[in-house]
Each structure stands twice: as structure tokens, then as C-alpha cells.
Design a protein around this ligand. Structure first.
Ligand code: SF4
Length: 332
């Protein structure tokens, strides 16, 4: 299985490749990708250098062009496809039909992956994207149980990539309206969830802190409590006079224990989430997964989950806790 790692900038790309990534995914410095945070992503020159670096070490570079443009801005997404092709990207990752259609017609030799933002969770949806836009791979949304992933592997006309580690997006991807509802900007159209420019922290006399997003109270932290980024879905809200993480506790997905099963199912690639994370995260998480994958390739029958792998990954998890998320869901 291929290990696909996040590259939020050139140092992260190099760290991922050095740590054993088979491929990295990256974005341009604009709203064409779903991690349009200030300070992240690549200029043309940086991407050119990154592609050269990755190719020299036999790794691939995929360009995420996975947001949904409105019609007035569609030409910017088309230009990004042209640029990805000109710079020598190994594939684009897209969700919007108009982007996939343009790429298929204009650059038929440039492989197209259906983004997680495309929300394809059924074999007919995958078949449609394959027949209509010639996708060669799809990234599955993080809403499927392991049994559903196994069934899709049997019925999919294209190679499948699944999320293996990192922050969770709890909604059906590409359709979450929470950030848009609170701020008017969302990962779907603007490439950023809960944008930093709407964040306001207030310190109180007793040392506690509250955080608001566009004046909506997202969370309050006691003086000793570690404070997380105020992503809407991870806030604590007052529901029925009880204040709790009403949508999702801060936690990270970690599927390491499912590795043999994902391989047997026929999954082609494992994706590590986290283009917004630093070089230390990318390097450590990639190295850990590389070790686990190499051990699996060397001796599948005797592969065992190593506690040191898990503790290394837990260090980088949101809230320092991990979950199998929907993979181990009992209901279908
Ligand atoms: S609010 Fe949460 S679920 Fe929705 S897009 Fe943002 S991170 Fe994902």
C-alpha cells in the first residue's frame, strides 16, 4: 500500500519524503484547496522545487484542487489544473465536476483522483466518476465502517485511498455547513474551516479563557485546561442545560491496528491527514507508518501492532487521544 502524506509547505514535503512517504499531497497558495490557511501551501517555484525533490527520491506529488468554486471563479480552478500539469504534478485531487471535466478534456494524461470532498461512498457514485471523468483513484470519506470499506474495495472500478491517521471531519465531507453557518466561509468553497480571522480569545480575571468565532461562543477553558483551535464541530455547547462536546470530542483517527485488514481488503493507499501541522508531526507520523508498513510487507503473517508505534502516534493526536472513528461503528 502507498503511504500518502501531507505537505503544507516545502519543508514538510521534504520531511515526508525523507521519512518514507510514497507520495505527498500539496496545494497552491489560494482557495483552490481545502487547507487555505495563511502561511501554508506552495508558490509555483516552491512547488517546482518540491516536485523535483520528491521525484529524485521516487515519490509522487499530488495536487489538491478540491474546493468548490462558484461560477465566477471557475477559471481560477481551471488555471490551477493547467499549472499542476505544467509543473509536472503526478495527479490532481478534485471534487467539483466542472474541475474534473476540464482536467479530463484538457489534460487527459494527468491522472485524476476524486477527493474526499467528492463524498463518494457507494460503488455507483465511484463508477459515475470513473466513467464520466476517468478518475483512477478515489479517496473515501471518513464515514464508512471497515465492513463498508471492504465491500467497496470489491465493487469499485477504481483504486481506493482511505484516511489512516489524523484529525477527523465528522460530517459527510464536502457537505458540512457548520463553518459556513457561523462565519460565511467553509472548507467547501473557501478552503478553510473556522477561519482564523474570525477567532477572538478573551482572558478572564480568574485565568480562564473563552473563544469566539464571529462572536459565537465556541468554548471556555479553565486556567489549567489546554485550549484547542475553535473548530465549530469541536466546540462545547449548551444543549438541554448541559455543556459538552455536543458534536465531537477532540480526538484523532488512528487505524494502525486495522493495517492488515485494509491491505487484505485491497486498499491502494493510506492517507495521513495534516497539511496544517508542522514538520515534526509530518516527520514522526510518516516514519511510524513507514515502519509499520515495511514490517507488514516483510512478514504479514507475524505482523503485530507495536506499543511504541501507538504511543508515538498518540503524541500527535488531537487531545492526545485516538479513535477508530466510523471504522468500528456497530451500526450500518
Ligand atoms: S466544522 Fe468540523 S466537520 Fe465541519 S468541515 Fe469543519 S472540521 Fe469538518
Amino acid at each position: 500500500m502507498q503511504l500518502v502524506c501531507p505537505a503544507g509547505n516545502l519543508p514538510a514535503l521534504q520531511a515526508a519524503v525523507d521519512a518514507g512517504a510514497n507520495a505527498v499531497y500539496a496545494g497552491f497558495r489560494d482557495q483552490t484547496n481545502a487547507r487555505a490557511f495563511p502561511g501554508l501551501n506552495f508558490s509555483d517555484d516552491e512547488l517546482r522545487a518540491g516536485i523535483r525533490y520528491a521525484h529524485a527520491k521516487n515519490a509522487k506529488v499530488y495536487l489538491a484542487l478540491n474546493t468548490y468554486p462558484d461560477s465566477a471563479r471557475l477559471r481560477d480552478w481551471h488555471a490551477a489544473v493547467d499549472k499542476a500539469a505544467a509543473l509536472g504534478a503526478d495527479a490532481i485531487i478534485a471534487a467539483e465536476m466542472a474541475v474534473l471535466d476540464y482536467a479530463a478534456r484538457t489534460h487527459p494524461g494527468l491522472p485524476r483522483h476524486l477527493s474526499v470532498q467528492g463524498s463518494a461512498t457507494t460503488a455507483p457514485a465511484l463508477r459515475y466518476a470513473y466513467e464520466r471523468f476517468g478518475i483512477s483513484r478515489a479517496v473515501l470519506p471518513r464515514v464508512l465502517s471497515i465492513q463498508q470499506v471492504e465491500r467497496l474495495c470489491q465493487n469499485s472500478p477504481v483504486a481506493l485511498e482511505v484516511f489512516a491517521f489524523g484529525s477527523l471531519c465528522i460530517m459527510v465531507e464536502g457537505r458540512c455547513q457548520l463553518s459556513s453557518y457561523v462565519t460565511g466561509a467553509s472548507p467547501n468553497r473557501h478552503g478553510v474551516c473556522s477561519p482564523a480571522k474570525f477567532v477572538r480569545w478573551d482572558e478572564h480575571n480568574d485565568g480562564s479563557r473563552s473563544v469566539r468565532l464571529n462572536d459565537v461562543l465556541i468554548d471556555e477553558f479553565k486556567p489549567e485546561e489546554p485550549a484547542g483551535y475553535p473548530t465549530v464541530c469541536k466546540g462545547r455547547f449548551d444543549v438541554g442545560n448541559e455543556i459538552f462536546h455536543a458534536l465531537e470530542e477532540p480526538t484523532s483517527l488512528n487505524t494502525l491496528e486495522l493495517l492488515p485488514r485494509l491491505k487484505q481488503a485491497g486498499v491502494t493507499a493510506l492517507k495521513i491527514e495534516g497539511r496544517q501541522r508542522g514538520v515534526a508531526y509530518v516527520s514522526s507520523v510518516t516514519r511510524t507508518w513507514r515502519k509499520a508498513l515495511d514490517r507488514l510487507a516483510a512478514d504479514e503473517a507475524h505482523w503485530q501492532l507495536q506499543p511504541e508505534w501507538q504511543s508515538e502516534l498518540s503524541r500527535h493526536a488531537e487531545g492526545h487521544q485516538t479513535t477508530l472513528g466510523p471504522y468500528h461503528r456497530a451500526w450500518h
